[in-house]
Ligand binder design. Structure first.
Ligand SMILES: *Cc1c(COP(=O)(O)O)cnc(C)c1O
Length: 313
């Protein structure tokens, strides 16, 4: 994973009439370009975890996720790069009934499988107990010893990795914006901020637990806030407005956003700008955390409902 420390992703300026009108500068940090299948932030969250696993002389990694999880693919790819076996506990026992068919249908699991990940599919009920001692012991009996990475990859080592997203040059920005899932990425951003900067997080899911989760890692900091009005109904929920927004934004800026995280964030930023939340001259840097690999699965969902598809090229 050493290569990840050396990666300097580019900041791309967004040119849109609304930004000109309100005199706001918006750049997007293209962490999505780190790898075609691996969300930038997921690699960063894995970096120090894989170092730790090596230190502990573990030969395998085990983690958890849903059928379209960016974190599952990232763990499979990073594990392979670093010589670990990888095991994925996947939510949804119906997916395990016919693995061949599941892999044909699901690009996320197909890519993870191609990179050597072995799956164990569990019911939604069992998935809720996935971190219990009993369940982990059962998996150790099945697969042998492994290093456990939590769902979504967030722990204090993941936060350390996300402190490396911002560079010296980024200190020119007033606000750093990020999508929020489990809160690990934003915690790293918060801890690496310069004094004059603030972070705004855009939760991709409903609920009030996130602030507490973020505070666990950032006790001393109060240089951040969450904008909770842009989750579009909850995790992986969407409406036509969001899909149209993704397609229009791609046309206007060439930047493809993912429907689960980054599209909701950029939609939120532009909406706040429209509502004059920022003063003239404000410079905003939004982190494109990736998630592009999940679009294939998302489009399958849309196709089945005869709805508009996210156009990728
Ligand atoms: C996982 C993910 C996030 C959220 O990161 P957290 O550290 O869980 O908050 C944001 N964007 C993308 C594309 C992701 O895959």
């Amino acid at each position: 994973m050493d290569f990840i420390s050396k990666i300097q992703t580019q900041n791309q300026q967004v040119i849109l009439p609304i930004l000109e009108e309100k005199k706001i500068t918006l750049f997007i940090k293209r962490e999505d370009l780190i790898h075609p299948f691996v969300s930038g932030n997921k690699f960063r969250k894995l970096k120090y975890n894989l170092q730790e696993a090596k230190k502990l002389k573990k030969k395998a990694l085990l983690t958890f996720g849903g059928a379209y999880s960016n974190h599952i693919v990232a763990t499979a790819v990073a594990g392979k790069l670093e010589g670990f076996k990888t095991f994925g506990i996947i939510r949804g026992d119906e997916l395990g009934k016919n693995l061949k068919e599941t892999l044909e249908e699901n690009a996320t699991l197909r890519e993870a499988h191609k990179n050597g990940m072995k799956f164990h599919f569990v019911s939604r009920e069992l998935y809720r107990q996935k971190s219990s001692f009993g369940f982990i012991e059962k998996m150790k009996n099945k697969w042998g010893d492994f290093y456990v990475i939590p769902e979504g990859g967030t722990n204090c080592l993941a936060v350390d990795g996300c402190e490396e997203i911002l560079t010296k040059e980024d200190s020119e920005f007033d606000y750093i914006c990020s999508a929020v899932g489990t809160g690990g990425t934003i915690a790293g951003l918060i801890k690496s901020l310069k004094k004059h900067q603030r972070v705004i997080g855009f939760p991709a899911l409903k609920g009030n637990f996130l602030s507490e989760e973020i505070k666990k890692y950032t006790v001393k900091n109060n240089n951040w806030s969450l904008q909770k009005a842009y989750h579009f109904g909850g995790y992986a929920k969407y409406n036509e407005e969001l899909i149209t927004f993704i397609n229009d934004f791609k046309k206007e800026t060439t930047i493809l956003l993912d429907p689960v995280y980054t599209a909701k964030m950029v939609f939120g930023i532009l909406n706040l700008i429209k509502k004059d939340t920022f003063t003239e001259g404000t410079k905003i840097l939004a982190i494109h955390t990736g998630g592009i690999q999940a679009i294939a699965g998302f489009n399958k969902r849309l196709e089945n409902k005869n709805q508009q598809i996210i156009k990728c090229s």
